[in-house]
Design a protein around this ligand. Structure first.
Ligand SMILES: Cc1cc2nc3c(=O)[nH]c(=O)nc-3n(C[C@H](O)[C@H](O)[C@H](O)COP(=O)(O)OP(=O)(O)OC[C@H]3O[C@@H](n4cnc5c(N)ncnc54)[C@H](O)[C@@H]3O)c2cc1C
Length: 475
């Protein structure tokens, strides 16, 4: 798209006001525009107008107008993206879908939830659990992120190890296409093999192929019981071996989370939880299912951890003790930003067997670039979160961070992994796409984009790198 609009014509703003009758939902004041200029990653881009649609028709009418006038459109949920997804990098229109949050229907008979895009994911969890059901995808941001954002990013969380990610629970969508048409994909049945799977194509497309205005999600029965265990290791590589051994023994925990020594120290300095700061790694394991079966499994997992060299294993005997064990993991993010204010949160993911190699590589990168690197995350599925803690006012440090991030991505891809296990590509990882997909692989994706969005109005500047685009973390 060659038309970069810094200031939308007054005529176009007037047209949006004709389409959205309540003018309070069309925002043009600088203070409002500023509050829509950032997400949870890097960079500040001020849109020309922000519109808060309340219905599919409003979305469709606005997109039709944008397509006619060739105005960039940026769908946005709650802007918790860690990869730059909703940033209006080319100006234009931000459509704030978080206000479209009225529908949340749980159908126990069909085992589905039907939801508007702006519903918070935690609200879906609550509504399903009230009926003895479960919506498994559980991004850590579920209390602040929308289901529309989760669908667009194909988000996952700790439960991904056993249950998979968002795409595994979406069976139908209503979508406004980049030309402003309304389509339905999939349906209400778990089995549906009619034609191309457009549902799965839209999920994870990061708002570049259309705007999700309704979703039908698959629910499952809520497991009746859970067991939790914390295993403490003197050696990080032993913890990796314990993870592999548990998984190959036929046990499938619902969560298997890791904290490295830097995370343990950060938590103990922030809010002491009684963690040993001399330990190199902690793994937290949760099983869910029938109470007798998971009791047996947790004992087996305990035995394996001890055989592999765990220095200590703590088992929770009540809900309170379970929460105590998880508290440490939940504190990692707030604890590490006390060290320095800027957190670059990566989600490079490797095949499970390569976790120890990735640990070694991360250690080398940390030393080579002299950076503060903390590793935690969903070790059970290879989705590590190397987090670099820095200060964005220190330009020299940020340059070292840029080089370190590039090397982390390279290491993950070389080990047979991927740039992103859950945060998406957005602006932050676009420069590395060809490294993972190859030029033809990337070109096939571009052709899909071209067919869906011939005027390139839908979330331009995302996923696909501009010629010569590099990762830049300085402003
Ligand atoms: C503290 C914290 C913890 C996090 N933990 C996790 C985690 O465990 N797992 C994980 O996967 N992510 C995690 N994230 C990242 C983020 O929360 C997810 O990517 C989330 O899905 C984004 O939802 P959102 O509503 O904020 O969407 P936004 O950030 O507003 O948008 C994200 C993308 O979705 C597009 N989009 C939004 N709504 C729509 C729609 N209706 N139709 C089409 N496109 C749309 C946007 O254009 C953008 O590309 C975390 C973020 C934070 C800040």
């Amino acid at each position: 798209m060659d038309r970069r609009i810094n200031k939308l014509d007054a005529k176009i703003i007037d047209k949006t006001k004709e389409l959205v009758k309540d003018h309070r939902r069309v925002l043009t004041d600088l203070a409002d525009l500023m509050s829509y200029s950032f997400d949870a990653s890097f960079g500040t881009y001020i849109p020309d107008v922000v519109i808060q649609p309340k219905s599919t028709k409003e979305v469709a009418d606005l997109v039709k107008l944008a397509n006619q006038e060739k105005i960039p459109v940026y769908p946005r949920g709650q802007s918790t993206s860690l990869s730059g997804g909703p940033l209006p990098v080319k100006g234009g229109m931000v459509l704030d879908l978080s206000k479209m949050n009225e529908k949340l229907i749980i159908d126990e008979e069909d085992l589905v939830a039907i939801v508007s895009p702006g519903v918070l994911t935690s609200e879906i969890h609550k509504a399903a659990e009230n009926k003895g059901l479960m919506y498994p995808p559980d991004p850590s941001s579920s209390h602040v992120s929308t289901i529309g954002g989760n669908l667009a990013e194909n988000s996952g969380g700790p439960r991904g190890l056993k249950y998979g990610v968002t795409k595994d629970y979406v069976i139908g969508l209503e979508v406004v296409t980049p030309e402003g048409e309304i389509i339905r994909t999939g349906g209400r049945t778990v089995k549906n093999v009619t034609g191309y799977d457009l549902t799965k194509l839209i999920v994870g497309s990061e708002g570049t192929l259309g705007i999700i205005t309704e979703a039908t999600l698959r629910l499952i029965p809520k497991p009746p019981a859970t067991e939790t265990m914390m295993a403490i290791f003197q050696d990080l590589v032993d913890s990796g071996r314990a993870i592999s051994k548990i998984l190959s023994s036929g046990i499938l925990p619902s969560k298997m989370e890791l904290m490295d020594q830097a995370s343990i120290i950060a938590v103990e300095n922030y809010q002491p939880c009684g963690l040993p700061t001399d330990a190199e790694a902690i793994i937290l394991i949760e099983m869910d299912g029938h109470p007798h079966a998971i009791r047996d499994e947790i004992e087996k997992a305990e035995k394996i951890c001890k055989e592999v060299g765990a220095k200590e294993v703590r088992l929770a005997h009540s809900q309170k003790e379970r929460e105590e064990l998880w508290k440490a993991r939940k504190l990692v993010s707030p604890a590490i930003v006390k060290i320095k204010p800027t957190k670059i949160s990566e989600d490079a993911t490797v095949p499970r067997s390569k976790i120890p190699d990735m640990f070694r590589k991360l250690k080398e990168i940390k030393e080579k670039y002299n950076i503060h690197l903390v590793v935690f995350g969903h070790a059970g599925d290879g989705n590590l979160h190397p987090n670099i803690i820095a200060d964005k006012r220190d330009q020299e440090e940020m340059k070292r961070v840029e080089m370190a991030v590039a090397e982390i991505f390279k290491a993950a891809v070389e080990l047979g992994g991927t740039l992103s296990g859950e945060h998406g590509i957005g602006t932050m990882k676009a420069p590395f796409m060809e490294m993972e997909l190859g030029s033809i692989g990337l070109d096939m994706m571009k052709r899909i984009k071209e067919a869906w969005d011939p005027n390139h109005i839908m979330n331009p500047g995302k996923i696909f790198p501009e010629p010569g685009q590099k990762l830049v973390l300085t402003e």
